[in-house]
Design a protein around this ligand. Structure first.
Ligand code: HAM
Length: 435
C-alpha cells in the first residue's frame, strides 16, 4: 500500500516528463498567439461552488467529488474541473469591470472519483481556456480554432470536431416539457439516477452512461431541433465562422455534456482510435454561470483538454517527441586534485548556461566514461594531475570520437561557442558541431 500511488493516480517520471513539458510549451505559445493569459486558482474550493456551478444533478457532483470537512468544519472539495474556480476568481476580482473579453487559460490537475480505466483517472491534467464577456458566435469560433491550431502544431490528425447546441433557458424549458412527455411512459425502465433526475433536470437523462438508458433515449427529441430563434441563429453563426476558417466539424445531436452550466454551443474533439475514452477535449458556452455563482450576468465560453488523453492520442499516432537535452559535457577525473578542479569547472560551466556533469560517486575513470555515455554527454574531458599542471586536456566529441587538445582555460568559451552555434543549427543536439 505504502509504496503504491493511490488508485487512479500516476507519477510522471523524469524519462517521460519532457513530453509533458513539450506539450505545455506549445500550449503556452498558442495561448500567447491568441491573447489568452494564464490564471492559477486553488486546487480546492468551497464545495458549494461546484454544487451550484457544475450542478447538483450531475454525475460529477453526485458521485465523483473528493469532498471533506476541514479542521474549521468547512466543506471543501478538490476541484473536479477548472471552470468553476476561474468563474469564482472572475467575480471575486471584479474582472467584469475590466475591458472585455477577459481571456484566460490554465494547466491544472483535477480530481474525480471515477471508475478507473485507460484514459480515465482520479487525478488527471487539464489544459483549459475560459473567455468572458462576449456573446456573439465569433468567440465560439475563436476558442474552437485555438484547439485546432494546437492539435495541428502537435501534429495530431486523427481527431474530429463534433458540435451541438443545447439552447438557452427559454428553449430549454419548452424542450424539457417535450422530453418529459417522451420519457414518461418509459420512466420505470430507466435507472434509479435517471428517475431521480426526471423532474429536476431531464436533459441529464440523455447523458446517462447506462446502456439500457441510452437505448431508451436514443430516439428522444433533440434539443438542437427545438432551439429558439436566437439560439438557432447563434449556432448558424458558429457554423459559418468555422467554415470561414476552413475548420471541419460534424453536428452531433447527442452531445449534452456532463456539466450543467452549458448553454448554446457545446463541442467535443474525439479520437476514434483510442477506444472508449476518445474524448480529448470538451467545452462550450455557459452564459448563465457567472450569474449563478453570484456575479453580474456575463456570457462565457471555454473548453478543457485532458492531457493524459492528448498524450495517448499522440503516442498512438506515433508522434515523436523532441528528446530532452542531455549533458553537454562530462568532466571525468583521476585523483583528488582533478576532482576539486572539476567541481569548480562544472560550477563555472553551469553558471554560463552549459549543462555539465562530473563524478560524484568516486568511480574509476572507466566507469565514469561509461556513465558519461549513458547520460548521453555530447563532449567529455578526462582530467588528471598532468592535465591540470600543463593546462592542457583533450576535448572529446562523444558521438564521433574526435579528440582535440585544448587549453583547459578555454573550455568554457569553447563550449559556449559550440552551444551558441548548435542552438541555431539543431537546438537539441550540440554534438554535431566540430570542436
Ligand atoms: P469535461 O468534459 O468534464 O469538461 O473534461 C474535459 C476533458 O478532460 C475531457 O474531454 C477529458 O479529456 C478530460 N477528462 C475528464 N475526466 C477525466 C478523467 N477522469 N481522466 C482523464 N481525463 C479526463 C470540463 O471539465 C469543463 N470544465 C470544460 C470546460 C471549460 N467547459 C467550458 N470551459
Amino acid at each position: 500500500m505504502l509504496t503504491k500511488s493511490p488508485k487512479g493516480t500516476k507519477d510522471i517520471l523524469p524519462n517521460e516528463v519532457y513530453k509533458w513539458q513539450y506539450i505545455e510549451k506549445e500550449i503556452a505559445k498558442v495561448c500567447e498567439n491568441f491573447g489568452y493569459r494564464e490564471i492559477r486558482t486553488p486546487i480546492f474550493e468551497h464545495t458549494e461552488l461546484f454544487q451550484r456551478g457544475v450542478g447538483d444533478t450531475t454525475d460529477i457532483v453526485q458521485k465523483e467529488m473528493y469532498t471533506f470537512l476541514d479542521k474549521g468544519k468547512r466543506s471543501i472539495t478538490l476541484r473536479p474541473e477548472g471552470t468553476a474556480g476561474v468563474v469564482r476568481s472572475y467575480i471575486e476580482h471584479g474582472m467584469a469591470s475590466l475591458p472585455q473579453p477577459i481571456k484566460l487559460y490554465y494547466n491544472i490537475t483535477a480530481y474525480r472519483y471515477e471508475n478507473v480505466q485507460k484514459g480515465r483517472y482520479r487525478e488527471f491534467h487539464q489544459f483549459g481556456v475560459e473567455a468572458f464577456g462576449s456573446e456573439g458566435p465569433s468567440i465560439d469560433v475563436e476558442v474552437i480554432s485555438m484547439i485546432d491550431v494546437l492539435l495541428n502544431r502537435l501534429g495530431i490528425s486523427d481527431i474530429e470536431l463534433n458540435i451541438n447546441s443545447i439552447g438557452c433557458k427559454k428553449c430549454r424549458s419548452d424542450y424539457n416539457a417535450k422530453l418529459k412527455e417522451y420519457i414518461e411512459p418509459k420512466l420505470q425502465n430507466l435507472c434509479k439516477t435517471c428517475v431521480e433526475r426526471f423532474d429536476r433536470n431531464p436533459l441529464r437523462i440523455i447523458d446517462c452512461k447506462e446502456e439500457h438508458c441510452k437505448e431508451i433515449t436514443k430516439d428522444a427529441p433533440a434539443l438542437v431541433d427545438n432551439l429558439c430563434e436566437e439560439c438557432h441563429e447563434h449556432l448558424e453563426g458558429v457554423k459559418r465562422g468555422l467554415e470561414n476558417l476552413g475548420i471541419e466539424y460534424n453536428i452531433d445531436k447527442n452531445i449534452v455534456r456532463g456539466l450543467d452550466y452549458y448553454t448554446k454551443t457545446v463541442f467535443e474533439f474525439v479520437s476514434k482510435n483510442i477506444g472508449s475514452q476518445g474524448t480529448v477535449c470538451g467545452g462550450g458556452r455557459y452564459d448563465g454561470l457567472v450569474e449563478i455563482c453570484g456575479g453580474p450576468p456575463t456570457p462565457g465560453i471555454g473548453f478543457a483538454i485532458g492531457l493524459e488523453r492528448l498524450l495517448m492520442v499522440m503516442e498512438n499516432q506515433g508522434i515523436e517527441f523532441t528528446a530532452p537535452r542531455s549533458t553537454d559535457i562530462f568532466i571525468a577525473t583521476i585523483g583528488d586534485k582533478a576532482q576539486n578542479y572539476a567541481q569548480k569547472l562544472v560550477y563555472d560551466l553551469r553558471k554560463e548556461g552549459i549543462n555539465a556533469e562530473t563524478d560524484l560517486m568516486g568511480k574509476s575513470v572507466k566507469a565514469q566514461m561509461k556513465y558519461a555515455n549513458k547520460l548521453g554527454a555530447y563532449y567529455s574531458i578526462v582530467l588528471g594531475d598532468n592535465e591540470i599542471d600543463t593546462n592542457k586536456a583533450f576535448l572529446k566529441n562523444m558521438d564521433t570520437g574526435e579528440e582535440k587538445e585544448i587549453s583547459l582555460d578555454t573550455v568554457i568559451d569553447r563550449l559556449k561557442n559550440i552551444k551558441a552555434e548548435s542552438v541555431i543549427k539543431e537546438p537539441n543536439k550540440i554534438g554535431h558541431t566540430e570542436i
